[in-house]
Design a binder for this molecule. Structure first.
Ligand code: NAD
Length: 262
């Protein structure tokens, strides 16, 4: 594989499964040294496996435990990467959660939980990583948003609000750090086959229902998101900042699209 990220150091949050794991492995395969974050003992195995997968073939990676929504953890995780690999050039804010809640049944706790991981987590991790990046001349931040930064999502108001928030965080930081050598972008995945969608993927009818919403006619794979993140992380994207790259088989172009329709 092309070594576009040779010499770079990255930190990927939520790297123990799904999209985050694919991103972490891809960045490593392209030459980056990568801190692969996992939340707790429960998801430690996934991150450790990913680390083994890349180190066995000569890559450099380390598993980093921590909760992105906790200020002390966020700071420590960034500094663990700096201690291990000397710097940090790429931060991927991927950790995210969702839970279905009709709005009138949404407890404050539900709302705060989703906001704390998806949005506050990105704030805390970015602030610490940007302190390091600006100290050594620049870097890049990539936020994993969602088509739901654009498409409203009934019963997931908290989730959609965080992804809309991530869009403005991305654009605002892109402006605020443009003169300090930091590019800030986002990828917005559509329906990707990962554990977050287990219930739909396991049910053929629900699986097909989602496919009808995607002009390209199928679910996406985590590797397809990872490929876009690798591009944004590389110097090939040297003039790209403040952008959101939709990785969604066209889903956000035409919300509610029925495959085969007019
Ligand atoms: P996933 O459930 O496989 O991955 C989420 C990861 O985040 C897990 O590894 C989990 O342990 C980690 N995590 C959760 N809370 C955390 C915390 N407080 N601190 C650190 N890590 C934490 O799901 P995924 O589909 O791979 O989701 C990854 C990202 O992609 C999320 O931000 C999600 O919103 C976004 N996304 C996914 C899809 C999709 O269809 N799969 C679509 C759009 C956006």
């Amino acid at each position: 594989m092309e070594q576009r990220l040779e010499g770079k150091v990255a930190l990927v949050t939520g790297a123990s499964s799904g999209i985050g794991r694919s991103i972490a492995v891809r960045l490593c395969r392209e030459g980056a040294a990568v801190g692969m974050n996992h939340l707790s003992d429960t998801d430690k195995g996934g991150a450790e496996e990913a680390v083994r997968e890349v180190t066995d073939s000569g890559g450099r990676a380390v598993a980093i435990r921590g909760d992105v929504s906790k200020e002390d953890d966020a700071k420590r995780m960034v500094w663990e990467v700096v201690e291990e690999f000397g710097r940090i050039d790429v931060l991927v804010n991927n950790a995210g959660i969702e839970n279905e809640r009709p709005f009138l049944e949404m407890a404050l706790e539900d709302w705060e939980k989703v906001l704390s991981v998806n949005l506050t987590g990105a704030f805390l991790m970015s602030r610490e990583a940007l302190r390091v990046m600006t100290g050594h001349g620049g870097g890049t931040v990539i936020n994993v948003s969602s088509v739901h930064e654009r498409i409203p999502w009934p019963n997931f108001a908290h989730y959609a609000a965080t992804k809309g928030g991530l869009k403005m965080l991305t654009e605002t930081l892109a402006l605020e750090f443009a003169k300090r050598g930091v590019r800030v972008n986002a990828v917005a995945p559509g329906a990707i086959a990962t554990p977050i969608n287990k219930e739909k993927l396991d049910d053929p009818a629900k699986r097909a229902e989602v496919e009808k919403l995607v002009p390209w006619g199928r679910w996406g794979e985590p590797e397809e998101v990872a490929a876009c993140v690798a591009f944004l992380a590389s110097d090939e994207a040297s003039y790209v900042t403040g952008a959101t790259l939709f990785v969604d088989g066209g889903m956000a172009l035409y919300p509610g699209f029925e495959a085969g329709g007019g």
